[in-house]
Design a protein around this ligand. Sequence first.
Ligand code: PLP
Length: 370
Amino acid sequence: MSDSREGLLTIDLQAIGDNYLDLCGRLASGSRCGAVVKADAYGLGMTEVAPALYRRGCRDFFVATQAEGERLRAELGGDVTIVVLTGVRAGAELECARAGLIPTLFTLQQLRNWVDLCAQASIEAPCAVKVDSGMTRLGMTPEEFEQLVADRELLAAANIRLLLSHLACADEPAHPQNRVQLEDFKRAGERLRAQCPEVLLSLANSSGIFLGEEYHFDIARPGSALYGVNPLPGTPNPMRQVVELSLPIVQKRHVSSDRSVGYGATQSVSAGSWLAVARGGYADGILRAQGGRGCGWGSGKRLPMVGRVSMDSTTFDISGLSEAEREALESIEVLNGELTVDEVAEYAGTIGYEILTSLGNRYYRRYLRS
Ligand SMILES: *Cc1c(COP(=O)(O)O)cnc(C)c1O
């Protein structure tokens, strides 16, 4: 897609780099900052974002799938570690090892398979192990982890590079579960390191970094904060905004009598109103849930969305603009430094992560470099 008439998505790689350095500066001495670039770098384009982070010194990357890892490896070459957070498909172990990807393993069975297959193929490939400390999603159960630390033979054969766990409530600093998970993970780390002293520990996502130095361990794994999502919901956002999304106006109209707008006639405007219909709808990540609540930005003002968001277009009330402003208006921004991913997420009843990962592929994408 090469035409900005379809909407212009601007992604500020300089801001992502600045956010990375900002997070690095917050870490305890001795811990380093990785970057999570899964889901195409949260929708912003992994092949552009990862090299920008690499240039800022990032060498530890995290992706969700093996396919993402293979793409990233082709992009970045050999001197980075790439951890696949959702593990390895049974049968794909050797492919994963040969691609130089570090799978996150969640069960003893997976770990045994990995060790056996790598030994048979004479590959010495590192892996990561995830232990569940309270998220109850992926990770070894406490019982399995006990069996792992008791199995000296397996530990000696497995080349465990990293022990991971994930916080469930890091964006709520006062939540008591944070400390419980911290203590649990610390204990797990100590037990594993007693036998494998080289294992590195990693717990903190973006918000986890802000919980304090105890949470940083060897490697932090931020994603969302790099891309401008507020790691401290409800308080001022310390991160720079990264995306700007501008939708071209395809029709402006004067309303001569009171009438309803859009599907379902859910909302009405009164005679004398001015409306602008912009190209870009829920197929482009303008989440339908913000219909009637969200807003756009034009001539330095917030412009309310009216009626439901359609698949390919969204209607805004531009009656608040002067005639000159209205006539000059050619596009409406739906994300920018003022209208942040977090604000838009609130209109849609979701989180900034979903706003970013929903951005469609019909936009012309422009990357700002330093
Ligand atoms: C997505 C993910 C992260 C990054 O989380 P953010 O909240 O975006 O910083 C870190 N660790 C794991 C296991 C993840 O799945």
